[in-house]
Design a binder for this molecule. Structure first.
Ligand SMILES: Cc1cc2nc3c(=O)[nH]c(=O)nc-3n(C[C@H](O)[C@H](O)[C@H](O)COP(=O)(O)OP(=O)(O)OC[C@H]3O[C@@H](n4cnc5c(N)ncnc54)[C@H](O)[C@@H]3O)c2cc1C
Length: 428
């Protein structure tokens, strides 16, 4: 019987190395990252990236032919449970969103020319990218409402519209836009993916939007979320990825696996908050006893551990399912992971902050920042409500309506039992 919760020893050696690398070489850098200029950043980051490459752990989310390791989702999940502890580890391991998803999209739908121009330089880290679906005037949860549109004029697409909350757009060398190209088609055949390069006339990155995560963001920083105006932007007809009208199908290639990768890293972040909570619990006392002996603090720790452990198992099992049946067939499980891990992250960070008291609320600890960032989890990568709708739909497929009483109705079942067993009952 094959049912095992252990990794094979070679892979475990890699995981152990990653754990040590993240703890000893990446996390210590965090407090000074914001102070680095571009050349200091490169001087620190590039040697770290080389170490990851030398270890064969670069861009592991990609298949071998794309320069990744082709390891599969279960291995990736175990790795994300480590790298998620540090906010910039994805950069060092070559799987930083949104570049990671854009690479998958170009790999799936791009022509050889498009791969040469955008995919390979993106994978090498020479070009940065962004991915733009969301718009301010229509619900991002329902992309059939997208208003930004493009039409062919000779051998050029002409694009008009507005996008917002687009991560890394202000530093991107190219942006993949989801826009309406055939307004008369069926809702899920209306959109296409078009690539617009930085500096194209008519495209203005008007601002980086301050958020709960970065309330005082400075324009042009990595991780910002930009607003973009598109005013008669002209790009070559060949800049469409895949076939015109294929935008929705392609977006699923990108969003399915990306969701579980992000949600797995949320668990790693929650583990870090959990570690802080336990350390603080053991380090302080009130009313004559250690926090460790206060029942309500014990409850915070126990509840957090139970939630983390359940979430980890659901996540790993879903990754295993993705390897077996593919991400489309495992979409309900991916939705469960997304919804659940968002909640676990929020709960654990919140409890840890509470146990730290005013220190937790202050910016002297990472918890207040983690708390603000955690608030995005239920609404990005598809709002939790929408994932719950698809989970419920999938569940209901296994059931049928009944006429009259429910099948568990006790008086009806009693009558059936009496009829079935009457001979036996009367004989004794
Ligand atoms: C930090 C951050 C980074 C982002 N990066 C990007 C990016 O790089 N590219 C990009 O394109 N977008 C990006 N987004 C946008 C994100 O994808 C959208 O915010 C998300 O899709 C929700 O769309 P919306 O904001 O328009 O909210 P809406 O669609 O208006 O939804 C708001 C709320 O309405 C409720 N709701 C909506 N539909 C339903 C329903 N069917 N049932 C029940 N309740 C419902 C839910 O409570 C939902 O949270 C980012 C957002 C954030 C916060």
């Amino acid at each position: 019987m094959a049912w095992d919760f252990c990794s094979d020893s070679d892979f475990q050696t890699q995981l152990d190395w990653m754990e040590q690398f993240v703890a000893e070489e990446l996390i210590p850098l965090e407090p000074i990252l914001g102070e680095l200029n571009a050349s200091q950043w490169a001087a620190i980051m590039n040697p770290l990236k080389e170490k990851v490459k030398a270890r064969g752990l670069w861009a592991c989310h990609l298949e071998k032919e794309l320069g990744g390791q082709g390891m599969g989702q279960l291995a990736l999940a175990q790795m994300n449970l480590i790298t998620g502890r540090c906010a910039f580890a994805q950069e060092i391991f070559g799987n930083m969103a949104p570049d990671s998803g854009n690479a998958e999209l170009l790999a799936e739908g791009g022509t050889e020319e498009q791969k040469e121009r955008w995919l390979w330089p993106n994978l090498r880290g020479d070009l940065r990218s962004a991915f733009a679906i969301t718009e301010p005037w229509v619900a991002g949860t329902d992309p059939t409402q997208i208003q930004t549109h493009a039409h062919l004029d000779g051998d050029e697409w002409v694009i008009n519209g507005r996008k917002w909350m687009i991560t890394n757009a202000s530093i991107a060398d190219f942006i993949i836009f989801m826009v309406v190209t055939d307004p008369d088609a069926a809702p899920h055949r209306r959109c296409s993916m078009l690539v617009v390069e930085k500096g194209t006339p008519g495209m203005s990155i008007t601002r980086d939007i301050p958020t709960m995560h970065h309330p005082t963001c400075e324009f042009g920083q990595i991780g910002n979320h930009a607003e973009i105006m598109l005013d008669n932007v002209r790009i070559p007809a060949a800049n469409v990825i895949g076939e015109p009208g294929g935008g929705f199908v392609l977006s699923q290639v990108r969003l399915g696996p990306g969701r579980i990768h992000h949600a797995t890293r949320w668990l790693a972040e929650a583990e870090r908050a959990f570690d802080m909570m336990c350390e603080r619990t053991l380090s302080r006392s009130s009313f004559g006893k250690s926090y460790a002996k206060h029942g309500m603090v014990q409850e915070y720790i126990a509840d957090s551990r139970i939630e983390l452990e359940s979430a980890r198992l659901l996540t790993l099992r879903t990754a295993w399912q993705m390897d077996r049946i593919g991400h489309r067939a495992a979409r309900a499980e991916i939705a469960m992971v997304k919804v659940n891990n968002a909640k676990v992250l929020y709960n654990v960070v919140d409890r840890s902050l509470q146990v730290h008291g005013s220190l937790g609320y202050s910016a002297d600890m990472p918890l207040e920042h983690m708390y603000r960032a955690a608030r995005m989890a239920p609404l990005v990568d598809g709002a939790n409500e929408v994932h719950k709708i698809s989970i419920a739909k999938e569940q209901l497929k296994g059931y049928q309506a009944v006429e009259g009483w429910p099948s568990e109705h006790i008086p009806t079942r009693r009558q059936l039992a009496l009829e079935r067993f009457s001979t036996l009952l009367e004989s004794v």
